[in-house]
Design a protein around this ligand. Sequence first.
Ligand SMILES: NC(=O)c1ccc[n+]([C@@H]2O[C@H](COP(=O)([O-])OP(=O)(O)OC[C@H]3O[C@@H](n4cnc5c(N)ncnc54)[C@H](O)[C@@H]3O)[C@@H](O)[C@H]2O)c1
Length: 442
Amino acid sequence: MNLLDRINARQFNVAVVGLGYVGLPLAVEFAKAGITTHGIDVDPRKVESLAAGKNYIQDISDDLVADVIGRGLLSATSDFSVVADADVIYICVPTPFTPNKEPDISYILQAAESIAKHLRGGQCIILKSTTFPNTTEGYVQPILERDGKKVGIDFHLAFSPERIDPGNKTWHTTNTPIVVGGVTRECTVVAAAANRVIIEKVIEVSGPKVAEMEKLLENIFRSVNIALVNELAQLCDRMGGVNIWEVVEAAATKPFGFMPFFPGPGIGGHCILIDPYYLSWLAREHDFVTNFITLAAEVNESMPYYVQRMVLQHIAHLPVALKDAKILVFGVAFKRDVDDLRHSPALKVMELLTQDGAGRINYIDPFIPKIEIFGKTMNALDYSDELVAEADLVLITTDHTLFDYERIVANAKVVIDTRNATRKVAAGREKIHLLGDGQCIR
Ligand SMILES: NC(=O)c1ccc[n+]([C@@H]2O[C@H](COP(=O)([O-])OP(=O)(O)OC[C@H]3O[C@@H](n4cnc5c(N)ncnc54)[C@H](O)[C@@H]3O)[C@@H](O)[C@H]2O)c1
């Protein structure tokens, strides 16, 4: 039986390289579908945790992980030799940027090198890490072909970008449609068939470059629209008298041609902030400047500085010096209801205020037990009404749903809300200063 027939007959094995926010949910879904799945990660803590049946990704059920590990459907290792036993191999490793915001695809290259050593032929390799067009064909393919094997003949290769949205209760791995583009038509068909084992809707495109580019378009679309509304929020504050949140809600009543995006203290995480730079870097090679990407990044990256200014301005009106002012930050994860701190704008705001001389910053975030500010560890505090009442200023940077905003406002002296988390709070509204409400900064 060829690989396509075996996939369709559910008689194949999977390997997932990189067991993070993307890789582990994928591996668990295959295991849940009854497919023997080898998880491979270079991080021994993740391997040990899974070997003990312990989950570490928030959106996955602990019981499910324990079950698939217990039944031998999912295993975890740092040893790439299991690649030889796999028919379909997914690559889900990080794609960060360098300090100068240039793409760093070294994790993809390392993963490809490790896979190449154990490639037996007849397998399908699917890259899922977000990256710039031509990574699959220009970088991964030559590594896999180095010992004489040929793509489309000896192995299949495709790019199929991930769309998982951690914390999203509606859309998850199986019901989010996914795009796939193979190096050859047969590569696309085989990779799409593998995806269809666990994903309800799979869209085939003409090749990896289209799939790579469409993923970047998705994230640039978000970055540009968030930047637009962040800029308008600043304009509302400058003009006074117009609340951006009300404006966006009103515009969103149009049933076509408008999609609401909301302002905030900046963007974070491993995707929206980083991925656009992958394309602007590639564009430069073609004497092309991606103005939208650059402008959006400029606005979005200015937002923590804008929030810093809001805080300083409010403290300037208090009878307390910045160094003595008690600032209580609610939410440091990069977005609502997740335990992911990567590139969090809240952290940036706290760093900026620390540099300014703020000496009594504390934070509450049930998802993030500790953070580091300039090498100093800070532990999350437990919520108490007294803590809020003692604070000279409460700053909401991440709008976790489990915070009791009524109670926070009731006890606080002043609340700067960068997410409109307090929109349903009726009492004490005079204490709330919303980013973009047309009252904060003149
Ligand atoms: N997190 C998301 O919400 C999300 C959504 C869509 C796309 N993506 C993209 O998916 C990719 C992975 O993101 P993530 O959030 O899962 O990252 P992550 O950091 O959570 O997980 C990546 C894992 O890969 C492992 N790893 C690194 N190098 C390796 C190697 N050579 N061999 C084996 N394992 C290796 C790391 O130890 C880590 O456990 C990135 O390209 C990201 O842009 C992420």
